[in-house]
Structure formats: C-alpha cells, structure tokens
Design a protein. Sequence first.
Length: 345
Amino acid sequence: MDNLIFSCIESRIEDNQNLYGCFKLGPFYLNQGLTIANTLRRLLLSDLEGLSIVFVKIEGVKHEYSILNGVKESVLEILTNLKQIQFKTHSIIHKPQVAYLNVRGPQIVSARDIRLPLKIECVDPDQYIATISADGSLKIKFFICQGKRYCLQNSLKPVIYKQYRKILNIETTNYLFLDAIFLPTQQVNFTIEQNSELNKEFIIFEIWTKGSIHPKQLLFKAINEIFRILLPFRKFYSLQKVKASKYLVQTPLSTKKFRSPTRKYHYILSKLGSSKFQRKLSTLDISNLNLLVSTYIFLKKENIHTISDLLKKSKKELVLLKGFNDEFLYDIENNFIKLGLILKK
C-alpha cells in the first residue's frame, strides 16, 4: 500500500490531566479497518503500561478504617484521593519507587507536596489529598510501581509479598494496599471511513489519555505492541526464501526505486522543499510533531495549535513567554530541522 497516512486531525487539552487527540490512519483494504481498529483499541484500553501508587505506610495508622487527629479526611478517604494521582516517567521501572509526604497543619495537602524520585513526575500537582488543621500532621511513605490494567489490592498483595518481602519488612510493617489504576488511557473511540475513489478504508481514532502520555505516543506504543506479540511467531515459518507478497505494506520511501541512500535523501528534500507540501504542513496540528508532552502542553496553553501558529512566533517571542525554557526551544528546533523549517529570529 502506497501513500500511507498517519495524521493528527485535532488535539487539545481537556483539563489539567486529560489530553485528546484525533488521528487518521490508512488506507487499508476493505474489511481490514475494523479488524485493525478493534485490535488497537483493545491494546490501548488494557495492555499499555502506566504508573500508580500500589501501597503506602501512614504514620500512626494500623488499618484503613483509622482516623487521624487534626486531619479532616478519614484514612479511607485519603487512600481514595491517592488513587486519583497520575504519574509519568521516561524510564522503565523494575522495582517500587519510594516517595514521601511530611506536612504539618494548617494546610491543604495536594500532590505537589509529595517528594518524588527524580525519574517520576506528577501530572497534576494540584490533585487534592487532604486538609490538615493547626494541630494536625500527615506523614506518608508511598510505593509507586509500573504495571498494566486495573489491579485490585487482593491480587497485588501476594505479588508484592513474594517479590519484596525481605526488602520491605512487610510482616512487621502496617502497609495499606490500594486498587492500582495503571491505565494511561481514559477513553478510545474509532470510526471507519470509506473512500469510494480508492476503494479503501481509513480509521479515525479518538483517544483521551490521563495526561501522563500524549495520545499519539500511546497509539505508536499500541502498534509496536502488536509487532512485539506477533513477530516471535515468524520462527515457525520455513527457513526457505519466501517471495515478498504484493500485499506487504511498503511506504514510497522503502520501494526498490531508491537503491542508493543519496537518491532517497534527495527525494525527501525535494518533497520538503515543494511549496504545496509546505502549505499543507503549516496547517497541521502541532501533534504531528514529535514533541515532548511538556512542550506540547505548554504550546497548547499559549494557544499555539498548528505548525503555522508556531512559525509566526520568533525565538525572542517564545523565550519571553512565562515558563518557556531552553528544553522547549531545543525540542521545537529539533523537530523543525527534520521538516526543513526554521523559527524566526
């Protein structure tokens, strides 16, 4: 299939946490779209990893039905609030990461008061935890893990006991377990769009995430997960050479006409340099760039929604924006270079 499309039609920030993205994928042969869309949707909603608080230790608390002096909420209500906190990381986490909360009243306690490990960030620092009066205090030790799906505390306890029994002294410490919500995805919808001229199908995906990852990155992860699951089965094929089927998906840049890297490179440059391509490119949503989530959120909050909006800004104008930093500038310029674009000075 030539002229493959993977395009972001629209993206926006729904609130402090949720990110929305609408994407068009295709073309696919008739009746393939529904099969592919269903598979990706199931993966997006169940098989992608996220972070969650799995268990905690609250000073002065032996069980979840306890009440803390000077704290408005019961322990059960505090645990419910902790389940709502979303985290993000750019690393793979193999063992529980420890975070701390140590505050004295009077104070309204939120997620920003938690001291997190360097590799973990909080998506919404304003997420409410508890209210403490003048004579109260709250000390919590958190254990954050990486996992998949929604895990009930009853199923998590045996796993934690087995793997980290010696390290955590679980038998002598009163740990409180939570129902862990690892899912980074909030909601996924799709529709199948028929193209009578091409006699092909396109998939329109709508994805809402909880803010820890951009919908585009999540969709890429789901596609890679399909390959990770299915590619090992290639070993069952015969070792004899198999002719490439005409149905194999090939992009225009991977076909035989590009026998040398130089010709391929010049083809890309010619595409980027064409005025028609540049006009179409400038109208695209900034989600079509491979920006960091932090860069994307900052630009959206500054009402910079398309590549054209970004091109209208000079470096000086961007630097003067409150909260803009060198990391954002490097991220934008690095993406622009790949497209043959340059920010105004």
